[in-house]
Design a protein around this ligand. Structure first.
Ligand code: FAD
Ligand code: NAD
Length: 442
C-alpha cells in the first residue's frame, strides 16, 4: 500500500477538468504537498490520441493506449480525489463548478457542486459537423476510444454483409465503399490504416471481396494536409494514388444519408455517392461547458468561438482563478497534443511556484510566460510510410517514406505515457506482424 497524505484544509484546492493531454500532464507534475487536488472527467483514463487511428482496424488494441488516471493519482504524495463526471457549469463569481456523473448505462447521477481555489480547464474540444445534416446520425467520428471501437465494428459489419449469400454486386460495391471526410491529419492517418487493413488482411481472409473495395477521401480545400510542406502534400497524394485511394479535393460533403452522401464538387454540381462506412474528421469545435463559461464573460475579453482566449500565462481572459490549456483554449498555438502537454508542464510548474501566495493568480506573472516551439509534425500515411517535418538547426527537415515510418514508430513509443503502454504497443505491433490483425467481431 502507498501511504498518501490526507486532505489538508490549510491548502488551496486545485480542481482539474479532464484526463487528456493537458490535464494528465498538469496532474503528473503538480506538487500535491502544496495543493489538495480534485480531478473531474467523464473518462477515468488518459488516451494517447496519436495512435487512435491504429485502433480502428486492430493494428493496436484499444487498451494499449489507455492509461487509468488512478495510475497517476495513486502515486502522488497526497490523496487526489477523482470524480468520473462531466463538468456542466462553471461559476467564476462564486468559484464553484457543477458536475454530473453517470452510470455505465449512461443514466445520469444527481448534479452536485464543488468549490475551487484554482480551476484548470482542460476539457478538449468536440467534433465539428458544421451542422451538416445526417452526420451525427450516420457518420462515425474519430476522437475517443469508443469511436475507434464503433468504426471497427461497422467495418466488420460491412464486410460480413457484403460476403453474405445472394448479395447483389451493386450492394456489395456500396458496402465496401469506405468514405473519409476531411483531409486533415486525422482523415489521412485513418485512410492509411484502412488501406493497410484492406491489403494485409482483407485480401487474405476475404479474397472474393477485394476487387470491390474502394476508399475515398473527401476534402473541401484544394489539397490534403494543408499544415504540411508542399512536397510532403504531393508525396502523400501520390502515395494515395499508388494505393488506389481516391482523393476528391475541392469537394464538400453537404449531406449524409443512411446509404449515400451528397457532395458538391468543384464545379458546384451536387453528386450522390453510395457508401458503406463513413468517418467524419473535419476538425474541432468548442464543448458546451467551454461555450457556457465563455458566454458569462465580456465579449471584449472572449471574442473567439473556438474556445477560451488565454493570456501568455494561460489565464482565461476576463475572469479570475481559472486557467485553460489545450484544445479548449485559444492562443497563437495549434490544437495539438504536443502543445497541450507542454502547456501542462508549464502550468504545473507555475502552480507549484504560486501555491503559498494569497495573490498567486497575479503573482504568476513573475514566471517566464509560456512559449512553445514545435518539435515538428509527423503523420502516418499507410503502406508502412510516414511523413515528417522536423526543425533541425533553424532549418526544416522534410522526409517521407519507410525510414520516416520507423522514426514515427520510435517517436511515438518514446512519447507513450508509461512503460506499461509502451510494452503493450510493442506487443501489438509484433502480434500484427506475426499473425495479422484480428478480424473477429466483438
Ligand atoms: P483531450 O486530450 O481531448 O482531453 C480532454 C479531456 O477532457 C478528456 O479526458 C475528456 O474526457 C475530458 N472532458 C470532456 N468534457 C468534459 C467535461 N464537461 N468536464 C470534464 N472533463 C471533460 N496531436 C499531436 O500533437 N500529434 C498527433 O499525432 C496527434 N494525433 C491525433 C490523432 C487523432 C485521431 C486525434 C483525434 C487527435 C490527434 N492530435 C494529435 C490532437 C491531440 O489529440 C489534441 O490536440 C489533444 O488531445 C488536446 O489535449 P487536451 O488535453 O486539450 O484535450
Ligand atoms: P483539421 O481541422 O486538421 O482538418 C479538417 C479538414 O476537413 C480540413 O482540411 C477541412 O477543409 C476539411 N473539411 C471541413 N468540412 C468539410 C466538408 N464538409 N467536406 C469535406 N471536407 C471538409 O482536423 P483533424 O484532422 O481532425 O485534426 C484536428 C487537430 O488535431 C488538428 O490541429 C490536427 O493538426 C491535430 N492532429 C494532428 C495529428 C498529427 O500531428 N499527426 C493527427 C491528427 C490530428
Amino acid at each position: 500500500p502507498i501511504n498518501q497524505k490526507p486532505y489538508d484544509p490549510n491548502l488551496k484546492t486545485l480542481v482539474i477538468l479532464g484526463t487528456g493531454w493537458g490535464a494528465a500532464t498538469v496532474l503528473k507534475n503538480v506538487d500535491t504537498d502544496k495543493y489538495n487536488v480534485v480531478v473531474v472527467s467523464p473518462r477515468n483514463y488518459f488516451l494517447f490520441t496519436p495512435l487512435l487511428p491504429s485502433c480502428t482496424v486492430g493494428t493496436i488494441e484499444n487498451r494499449s493506449i489507455m492509461e487509468p488516471i488512478r495510475h497517476i493519482t495513486r502515486h502522488k504524495s497526497r490523496d487526489v480525489t477523482v470524480y468520473e463526471a462531466n463538468c456542466t457549469d462553471v461559476n467564476p463569481q462564486t468559484n464553484e463548478i457543477t458536475i454530473q456523473g453517470f452510470t455505465d448505462v449512461q443514466a445520469e447521477r444527481p448534479k452536485t457542486v464543488l468549490k475551487y481555489d484554482y480551476l484548470v480547464m482542460a476539457v478538449g474540444a468536440m467534433n465539428n459537423t458544421f451542422n451538416t445534416p445526417g452526420v451525427e446520425k450516420y457518420a462515425c467520428f474519430l476522437k475517443e476510444i469508443w469511436d475507434a471501437k464503433k468504426i471497427r465494428q461497422k467495418l466488420m459489419d460491412c464486410i460480413e454483409t457484403a460476403a453474405y449469400k445472394g448479395q447483389t454486386p451493386k450492394e456489395r460495391k456500396r458496402l465496401l465503399h469506405m468514405v473519409v471526410v476531411g483531409g486533415g491529419p486525422t482523415g489521412v492517418e485513418y485512410a492509411g490504416e484502412l488501406y493497410d487493413f484492406m491489403t494485409d488482411d482483407l485480401r487474405y481472409w476475404y479474397p472474393e471481396l477485394v476487387e470491390d473495395v474502394k476508399i475515398t477521401l473527401v476534402e473541401a480545400l484544394p489539397n490534403v494536409l494543408p499544415m504540411f510542406d508542399k512536397k510532403l502534400i504531393e508525396y502523400t497524394q501520390n502515395t494515395f494514388k499508388e494505393n488506389s485511394i481516391n482523393i476528391l479535393t475541392k469537394t464538400m460533403v453537404k449531406e449524409v444519408k443512411e446509404t449515400t452522401i451528397t457532395v458538391q464538387d468543384e464545379n458546384k454540381n451536387l453528386v450522390e455517392i453510395p457508401y458503406g462506412l463513413i468517418v467524419w474528421a473535419t476538425g474541432n469545435k468548442a464543448r458546451a461547458v467551454t461555450e457556457k463559461l465563455r458566454s458569462k464573460i465580456s465579449k471584449d475579453d472572449q471574442s473567439s468561438p473556438r474556445g477560451l482566449v488565454v493570456d501568455d500565462y494561460l489565464r482565461v481572459k476576463g475572469v479570475k482563478n481559472i486557467w485553460a490549456l489545450g484544445d479548449c483554449s485559444v492562443s497563437k498555438y495549434a490544437p495539438l497534443a504536443q502543445v497541450a502537454e507542454r502547456q501542462g508542464k508549464w502550468l504545473a510548474k507555475a502552480l507549484n511556484g504560486i501555491a503559498d501566495s494569497d495573490s498567486g493568480y497575479e503573482d504568476v506573472e513573475k514566471e517566464t510566460p509560456f512559449q512553445y516551439t514545435s518539435y515538428g509534425s509527423l503523420a502516418y500515411i499507410g503502406s508502412d510510410k510516414a511523413i515528417a517535418e522536423l526543425p533541425i538547426f533553424n532549418r526544416s527537415l522534410k522526409s517521407g517514406g519507410a525510414a520516416t515510418y520507423l522514426f514515427w514508430r520510435s517517436a511515438y513509443l518514446s512519447e507513450l505515457f508509461s512503460i506499461r503502454s509502451t510494452a503493450f504497443v510493442m506487443y501489438d505491433w509484433a502480434k500484427k506482424t506475426m499473425f495479422g490483425r484480428d478480424i473477429s467481431r466483438e
